[in-house]
Design a protein around this ligand. Structure first.
Ligand code: GRF
Length: 198
């Protein structure tokens, strides 16, 4: 059975795009909807050009009431009947109510070699720490931020001339390699971690 994938984005959605472009042919999944909390997300505009259904639930009217925001997301998602959620630059923390409902069926990409550097500013933090390697991780989403079983990592060597910006750009290339490969495996039921070297 082909799996139905909902992709959540908050920004440009370059990871979303490579996931969508990979879901053709013998891929075990297809995109069913692109979801954003940000009405201006470039990812939403691109999904529309591909005739992929879109959902926008602006988080701002909900203020601090994350549960109400997530209830609205859940309601809007239901008709699309996703089997898997891929978070791809979705910049809202999800509460345990939502993560529990999707346990084992929701994955995320994070720009660090987890468990290092959960949260934001990962590239600057890797440089400040004097790390010699950096990378990205795809993991199952649990209630704890940027935690959960690791499904894949891609790593690169940090160079002397790297800045947070050059590192972000080089890691993004790795994200685009890693995420589609992990989604293919995950949708086929393979949760063994994949390790790539940049
Ligand atoms: C990526 O670096 C991703 O790892 C992080 O947010 C960024 C999203 O980029 N969580 P894009 O929207 O996929 O281009």
């Amino acid at each position: 059975m082909i799996k139905r994938v909902a992709i959540f984005v908050s920004g440009g959605g370059s990871n979303m795009r490579v996931l969508v472009e990979d879901m053709i042919g013998d891929h075990p999944a297809r995109p069913c909807v692109v979801v954003s909390n940000n009405p201006a997300a470039g990812g939403i505009a691109w999904a529309k050009t591909q005739n992929i259904p879109t959902i926008v639930v602006d988080h701002r009217p909900y203020g601090a009431d994350r549960a109400a925001f997530e209830a609205a997301l859940t309601q809007a998602l239901a008709p699309h009947a996703p089997d898997i959620i891929c978070l791809a630059g979705f910049m809202r923390k999800l509460t345990q109510g939502f993560t529990d409902a999707w346990a084992g069926r929701m994955i995320n990409i994070h720009p660090s070699l987890l468990p290092k550097y959960k949260g934001l500013n990962t590239h600057a933090r890797a440089l400040e720490a004097g790390d010699t390697a950096h990378g990205c991780t795809v993991h199952e989403v649990t209630a704890a931020l940027d935690d959960g079983p690791i499904l894949g990592q891609a790593s690169i060597a940090i160079e002397d001339r790297d800045t947070p910006d050059t590192l972000a750009a080089r890691i993004l290339v790795q994200e685009h390699r890693l995420y589609p490969q992990v989604l293919r495996r995950f949708a086929a039921g393979d949760r063994s971690p994949l390790f790539l070297q940049g």
